[in-house]
Write a protein that binds this ligand. Structure first.
Ligand SMILES: Nc1ncnc2c1ncn2[C@@H]1O[C@H](COP(=O)(O)OP(=O)(O)O)[C@@H](O)[C@H]1O
Ligand SMILES: N[C@@H](CCC(=O)OP(=O)(O)O)C(=O)O
Length: 365
């Protein structure tokens, strides 16, 4: 496959396609090779239409359990989970290779933990590598490095990882292939009156209130992590489609603007998301919450100002300076995420001046 030069780097669009474990496995919980073959066919089609594709694939753990002949449900002990991920990641990549190579598509493997994008240098390396892989026309298969991930450096779900990869790769669209056919007004598995929402221009408090966690023993994150990812992608101006991975031609339709699932349109005027801001948004875990008054909320959202401590009405959680905190408005809606300039204790004691500097604040609104 010929490598492209950077001179024609804009001749294609980049899609990040995230495939959940439920989508990738059959009813018994085994890797569904027929499904992967259909996926490869679809990827080959969209590539002919000018898309370059990065796949964020779950499924290492179930595929490892299958290969090891272990019961096909998530083990309780971490060493078995991590060993299964190690065996399964290899098996999964072999399965991808088998279905992609007949189309002349070359796969690559990228396994990440939070640590790999945690400092600016590591982040920039990851960004450059993704962009180069896409330029070289490879199909990167990305997953969390479950074999070495421990709690402190875990993304924990591939929805977050997909959003991070999309921002790193400067993607034009993200598709989440899920076990559900889109975002509903509430979880349809527990609420029969839930309705599918076909288009979302803004993620409102009502939409967030209707989202809950994973709906199966295999999936992780559920709709909550998808919506957090959607907000970051929205701020970056990257549209997202969430649809059923099992719907016919799901990938082709999602990239062809043929209505399917739920489309999150993203901001018309994207915020500039610097590497540091992206890391704040997705790279670290949130340690506390700052509830701000209406004036402070307006100042940060409308004027792009820093968050001053006088505007913070309540500080929740115990955090130190440089920890990640959510900024919520008086209704409890998360409007931004940022790095605390000082500890929770100093904010409560009124000693602080700036609570979060604007260069370290990512706005979701
Ligand atoms: N508002 C909602 N709309 C749709 N699904 C929801 C909602 N709230 C929670 N869910 C749950 O999220 C699940 C999808 O996420 P998840 O379990 O992580 O699977 P996957 O990895 O296949 O995407 C759905 O099966 C559903 O049970
Ligand atoms: N990294 C794990 C999957 C984690 C995950 O997010 O799963 P899912 O919610 O099914 O997309 C694996 O490869 O099995």
């Amino acid at each position: 496959m010929a490598a492209e030069t950077s001179a024609n780097a804009k001749a294609y669009k980049t899609a990040v396609i995230k495939i959940g474990s439920n989508t990738l496995t059959d009813d018994e919980g085994k890797c569904d090779r027929a499904y992967l073959a259909d996926l490869a066919h679809q990827v080959a089609r969209v590539r002919r239409e000018g898309w370059r594709v990065i796949i964020v694939s779950s499924g290492a753990i179930p595929c490892g359990l299958e290969a090891l002949g272990l019961p096909l449900r998530r083990p309780d002990d971490m060493p078995t989970v991590q060993a299964a991920a190690s065996v399964g990641q290899r098996a999964l990549l072999a399965a991808y290779d088998q279905v992609f190579s007949p189309y002349g598509m070359l796969t690559s493997l990228v396994l990440l933990t939070r640590r790999d994008t945690a400092d600016r240098n590591a982040y920039l390396h990851a960004r450059d590598t993704f962009r180069r892989l896409v330029e070289l026309n490879a199909v990167p298969i990305v997953n969390e490095n479950d074999t070495v991930s421990v709690e402190q450096i875990k993304f924990g779900d591939n929805d977050t990882l997909a959003a991070l990869v999309a921002c790193l790769a400067n993607a034009d669209r993200v598709v989440i292939l899920s076990d559900i056919d889109g975002l509903y007004t509430s979880n349809p598995k527990t609420d029969p009156s839930a309705r599918l929402i076909k288009r979302v221009d803004r993620i409102t408090p009502e939409i967030l209130a209707g989202a809950s966690g994973a709906g199966s023993a295999v999936g992780s994150g559920g709709m909550i992590t998808k919506l957090t990812s959607a907000r970051v992608l929205g701020a970056a101006g990257i549209p997202l489609v969430i649809c059923s991975g099992r719907a016919e031609d799901a990938v082709v339709r999602s990239l062809a603007d043929d209505p399917i699932g739920t489309l999150f349109t993203g901001a018309d005027v994207p915020h500039e998301i610097t590497p540091r801001k992206l890391w704040i948004a997705l790279g670290d875990s949130v340690k506390g919450t700052l509830l701000v008054d209406a004036g402070a909320a307006r100042a940060i959202v409308e004027d792009g100002a820093s968050l001053l401590a006088v505007g913070v009405k309540n500080v929740e959680g115990e955090f130190e300076a440089e920890d990640v905190v959510d900024v919520v408005d008086e209704a409890g809606f998360v409007i931004a995420r940022g790095l605390a300039r000082c500890s929770a204790e100093s904010m409560r004691s009124g000693k602080a001046d700036i609570a979060v500097h604007r260069d370290e604040l990512i706005l979701f609104e």
